[in-house]
Design a protein around this ligand. Structure first.
Ligand SMILES: C[S@@+](CC[C@H](N)C(=O)[O-])C[C@H]1O[C@@H](n2cnc3c(N)ncnc32)[C@H](O)[C@@H]1O
Length: 303
């Protein structure tokens, strides 16, 4: 995650969940190992671990995904983990985007890959009506926990945004696509699809550049050759990127395929320009960012 994200240490350790199971073979279904009573968070025996015997609380809901949270969810007094978390609910990139996408009050915004609804909350608090599409089942459910805890109106959809964008006719006042382009196997196609659904786009993304091997050999080592991608009449080279060990991790939040393809910075902006997005503001340009060169931009269609 980019270094400019403000990170914090959670204020306190999570309470541990006593999971010592009290053996009761008589209540277990034949062949089933998990139907034993155990001491729940409230210290009371529970029929199985799907039940909580703790008093209802925000922490209880967050603990459904203990160890999986990427963000520090701003619920007073509650913690998502004891480690450093990304402040995706207080993200300077989204503040910058909100200032440039125009007044968002009452505007329909499509968000791609909300992860844990941090940017969703920021967009909604700026007045937007957000539809957010998330493909990762755990992330989608964490979005619903956050929606519940923070009383969000946003609609979260579970699934892959690509087939939706290929077939839907809907138009959005703006699209927010942060952290998704470099997870695509066909990134030019995604850019072209977005150009069909909106006139205003915010994007934060990594990109490939020729100096990587010298400047960031660790990042360069993840690339395995080139392909060509083409959509909407724009054709360019893309660089095949392998996730390697990452996808198995509980906190993996990449794309749906085992690899991806990164575009070059000029091709990202030139392809959008070829579809009419010529009014562009760039910020957060970090060619030496820890996980690879990255930048953010707002692009508007100009007639
Ligand atoms: C790197 S995270 C970015 C999260 C957040 N938008 C941000 O900028 O911090 C990528 C997110 O997009 C989701 N995602 C990736 N490919 C997707 C797809 N094809 N359809 C829907 N969600 C996708 C991932 O599951 C993950 O939540």
């Amino acid at each position: 995650m980019a270094g400019y994200l403000r990170r914090r240490r959670a204020a306190r350790q999570q309470p541990s969940t006593p999971a010592a199971a009290a053996s009761d073979p008589g209540s277990a279904a034949p062949g089933s190992g998990d139907a034993r009573p155990s001491a729940g968070d409230g210290g009371v025996a529970q029929v199985n671990e799907r039940y909580s015997t703790a008093a209802p609380s925000a922490q209880n809901q967050l603990d459904l995904f203990k160890g999986a949270w990427t963000s520090a969810v701003p619920v007073p007094g509650e913690v998502t983990t004891s480690g450093p978390r990304a402040d995706l609910f207080d993200d300077g990139r989204i503040d910058w985007a909100i200032g440039r996408l125009g007044p968002l009050a009452g505007k329909r915004v499509l968000e791609l890959g909300p992860l844990e609804a941090g940017h969703t909350m920021m967009l909604e608090r700026a007045g937007a009506q957000v539809v957010a599409i998330e493909a990762h089942s755990g992330a989608f459910l964490r979005c619903l926990v956050v929606k519940n805890l923070l009383d969000l109106r946003a609609r979260f959809q579970f699934g892959d945004f690509l087939p939706y964008l290929r077939t839907a006719e809907e138009q959005f006042d703006a699209v927010v696509a942060s952290g998704v382009l470099y997870h695509m196997t066909r990134p030019v196609e995604l850019l072209h699809l977005l150009a069909r659904h909106t006139d205003r786009l915010f994007m934060w993304t990594h990109y490939w550049h020729a100096g990587l091997a010298e400047e960031r050999p660790d990042v360069a080592a993840r690339f395995e050759g080139t392909d060509v991608d083409e959509a909407g009449g724009y054709r360019c080279k893309v660089h095949r990127y392998a996730y390697r060990e990452g996808p198995a991790a509980e906190t993996f939040c990449g794309g749906t395929a085992p690899n991806a393809a990164w575009m070059e910075r000029d091709d990202i902006l030139s392809s959008l320009a070829s579809w009419g997005f010529r009014d562009v503001e760039v910020s957060f340009d970090e060619p030496l960012a820890p996980h690879g060169p990255a930048f953010a931009f707002v692009a508007r269609r100009s007639v």
